[in-house]
Design a protein around this ligand. Structure first.
Ligand SMILES: [Zn+2]
Length: 347
């Protein structure tokens, strides 16, 4: 118990100050969709109220694979989405249930416990700021009351909405990881911008100047295209303040977002997003390469978003020099019967 208290007393900021890196497994929405518990469309994780053990099992999977953080699955459990499915009355219950499940696993495994807020799809500059602020406030209040170590604000395509998220989190005196997502391609000037027209590096710098603990990018783009953004961002921001959590699907300069993807091999699969993404899954090798690139830049906060799995998180953890519980299942490829024959030329 004593050692647990000692570890838990070291929060996100203390660990970062000590030069440690943080691995945060995300991607619960698609992980649970793949298991058949979420339907495409409004993407609300209603199952949390009916089948909480299912969510707990995915948290365990990510802890086993090496995540330092258990993030409560509050993605899309905000007021507008709950209203869309006629369950607005359940909003507090679903948030608190998600938080309690994450807290239990984080306590048991001695990991950081994070709450989450995300894009509301309601942000219109000069019109809806107060509505968006109120939506964030209730979710952050419940998270604080349930004992989170810090808050994650993610997938904001407008810097303005990310700024509100940061202000709300700061008003509850919690450390904030606030990451942006970029849907569009480069402009004609070669610069990638937020939807409110701010170059991505400048947007991250703005959040750093406002006191964010970690900013950066998550979701929407695969490792290679996320790395392109990161290389851009670190031109104007200190790498240790930048996080990157790509999707686990390949995207390209021509189709930088998973919403852009087209399947030329199986045209019936178009539009690829959201139901046809499996042919674009990245391999552990690609995650290894991405992780090496980010750590060599000096980045300290990494993870994987949509498409994540225990295998990919384990690969990222091992590439970061960790030996998570899942590493006990060593790579036996070199001992495989058929591989041996193949390598000796007999097959
Ligand atoms: Zn994602």
């Amino acid at each position: 118990m004593a050692s647990r208290r000692l570890l838990k007393s070291r929060g996100l900021q203390e660990r970062l100050n000590a030069g440690e890196s943080i691995l945060c497994a995300e991607g619960y929405l698609l992980a649970l969709s793949r298991r058949g518990y979420i339907t495409h469309g409004v993407w609300v994780p209603e199952f949390i109220l009916e089948d909480p053990a299912v969510l707990k099992s995915v948290h365990y999977e990510m802890a086993h694979a090496g995540s330092d953080v258990i993030e409560a699955f509050q993605y899309n459990t905000h007021r507008e989405k709950m209203k869309q499915i006629g369950r607005e009355d359940d909003i507090e219950k679903i948030n608190r249930t998600a938080l309690k499940i994450a807290h239990e696993v984080a306590e048991e495994k001695n990991l950081l416990f994070a709450g989450g807020i995300s894009n509301t799809n309601q942000y219109v500059k000069g019109e809806t700021e107060e509505k968006v602020r109120a939506m964030f406030e209730e979710q952050v209040r419940w998270s604080k009351e349930e004992g989170v170590d810090y808050m994650i604000g993610e997938t904001f395509s407008f810097l303005g909405e990310a700024q509100i998220a940061l202000e709300v989190i700061q008003s509850f005196d919690l450390p904030a990881v606030v990451t942006l997502t970029v849907h569009g391609a480069k402009g004609e000037d070669g610069v990638v911008r937020t939807r409110d027209g701010v170059p991505i590096g400048e947007a991250c710098k703005d959040l750093i100047d406002r006191g964010v603990t970690i900013t950066g990018v998550n979701c929407t783009r695969g490792p290679e295209m996320t790395l392109e953004l990161v290389n851009n961002i670190v031109q104007v921001c200190p790498p240790e303040k930048i996080g990157a959590l790509p999707i686990a699907y390949r995207t390209t300069p021509k189709e930088p977002s998973f919403m852009d993807l087209t399947d030329s091999i199986c045209p019936a699969n178009n539009p690829v997003y959201p139901r046809g993404m499996e042919p674009f899954c990245v391999s552990p090798v690609e995650i290894e390469s991405f992780t090496k690139s980010c750590t060599s830049l000096g980045m300290k906060y990494l993870g994987i978003c949509c498409g994540n799995s225990g295998e990919l998180t384990r690969t990222m953890a091992e590439t970061m020099g960790r030996k998570p519980p899942a590493s006990r299942y060593l790579d036996h490829t070199q001992f495989g019967f058929l591989m041996k024959l193949k390598m000796s030329g007999e097959l």
